[in-house]
Design a protein around this ligand. Structure first.
Ligand code: ASP
Ligand code: MG
Length: 410
């Protein structure tokens, strides 16, 4: 076997209870029998992380981030030890580790730390002893040996980072869906599973709300060309392979339609139209660590202009605080907030070489009487902000308009 090392990551739903952990152990046993060496990264059982966060909230609405990391990193320690025990009981050599134990070193930013180094010596040593190495996802330690976590969904990052450090042939991401779909199958009944998708497209799909993989983990996989295989832990079907763009991908115009209902729109009305206004606004927003997604500014005909941008609903309250200060500072008339928005996006590498995609999206929405509030585009993506109540309808219409229910992809 050319490269017999595989990194597998199992998400929370795949290890939600003891039966599912046993199911994971059986899969590992099958891979072992085929001669593979395995490093297995786990998430916490089911919704453990959310439950732990709820406990913290019962004590304070503003817990220290260091203590949050101490708390939520425990979830993964539970799952890895249980899986290692299960494997040992099946007479398979196995050992579990925390992120710190395997040398996952991060920066200092608690709850959204970035990995700066992975030594993985401990893992290599255990692999040489022919053991399955089970690593707690989502966590590391900073240079002061404090436990850090990598941001929600961060076990994917752990898996990809380990695949890179260990030179694994593939990183398999096990979840409760069979792969990446052309749209959310709960919304679009005739959505299809994609066999292949490029890193670039997957990055857009992930950050646009396709929720199968954590976006930053895909950036890392892309940077180091680590092939990913997203698949279900509940059956043996091939899922979706994420890799570099191949010819077949270029031929398919569009890979998917996504919807994000978790953004809110902030509009500053009648801000003076002069240099430096946008700079002031977004500097203050950035200083509060608030991520801005779309931005539009109207052409001013009066010396005043409106400026809108979207932020995650989770950060809306923080954005409000900043904005109420800024409005006075820059001499704008006021600021409004709208949570009833949804961002519908269409993604595909084929857009690079085809024209008319945007027009077709707009026509489709128009034909359904859906008004477009904001538009943004990139080389492989078109996003429209519309009223939230039309979101699902819009996704279905666009999915059909581009024939995603019909076209077979390679
Ligand atoms: N357990 C963590 C979370 O729920 C990490 C993960 O699942 O990847 O965010
Ligand atoms: Mg989870």
């Amino acid at each position: 076997m050319k490269n017999s090392l595989i990194v597998q990551k199992y998400g929370g739903s795949s290890v939600a209870n003891i039966d599912r952990i046993k199911n994971v152990a059986r899969r590992i046993a099958r891979y072992r029998n085929k001669g593979y060496r395995l490093v297995v990264v786990l998430s916490a059982l089911g919704d453990t992380t959310d439950e732990l966060l709820k406990l913290a909230r019962r004590i304070t609405s503003a817990p220290s981030e260091r203590e949050i990391d101490m708390l939520i990193s425990t979830g993964e320690q539970v799952s890895v030890s249980l899986l290692a025990m299960t494997l040992q009981r099946m007479a398979i050599g196995a050992i579990s580790f925390t992120g710190g134990q395997v040398g996952i070193i991060t920066d200092y930013s608690h709850t959204k730390a970035r990995i700066i180094d992975v030594s993985a010596d401990r893992i290599k040593k255990e692999l040489r002893k022919d053991r399955v190495v089970v690593v707690a996802g989502f966590q590391g330690i900073n240079p002061d040996h404090e436990i850090t976590t990598l941001g929600r969904g961060g076990s994917d990052i752990t898996a990809v980072a380990l695949a890179k450090t260990l030179g694994a042939g593939i990183c398999e991401i096990y979840t409760d869906v069979e792969g990446v779909y052309t749209a959310d199958p709960r919304v679009v009944t005739d959505a299809r599973k994609l066999s292949y998708v490029s890193y670039e497209e997957m990055l857009e799909l992930a950050s646009l709300g396709a929720q199968v993989m954590q976006a930053r983990s895909i950036e890392i996989a892309k940077k180091f060309s680590i092939p990913l295989h997203i698949r279900s832990s509940f059956n043996n079907k091939t899922g979706t392979i994420i890799s570099k763009e191949v010819k077949a991908m270029e031929e398919a115009l569009i890979s998917g339609v996504t919807v994000n209902k978790k953004e809110a729109k902030v509009t500053i009305c009648d801000a003076p139209d002069k240099p430096g206004i946008a700079a002031v606004i977004f500097k203050e927003i950035a200083a509060k660590d608030i991520n801005v997604d779309m931005i539009i500014q109207n052409v001013s005909r009066t010396g005043y202009t409106d400026l809108s941008f979207t932020v995650s609903v989770r950060e809306l309250n923080r954005a409000r605080q900043v904005m109420s200060d800024i409005v006075g500072k820059i001499g704008a008339k006021g600021v409004t907030y709208n949570r009833d928005i949804a961002k519908v996006s269409i993604v595909g590498v084929g857009m690079k070489t085809h024209s008319g995609v945007a027009a077709k999206v707009f026509e489709t929405l128009a034909s359904k009487g859906i008004n477009i509030d904001m538009i943004s585009t990139s080389e492989i993506k078109i996003s429209c902000v519309i009223n939230k109540k039309h979101a699902d309808h819009a996704v279905r219409a666009i999915h059909r308009a581009f024939g995603l229910d019909r076209v077979r992809r390679a």
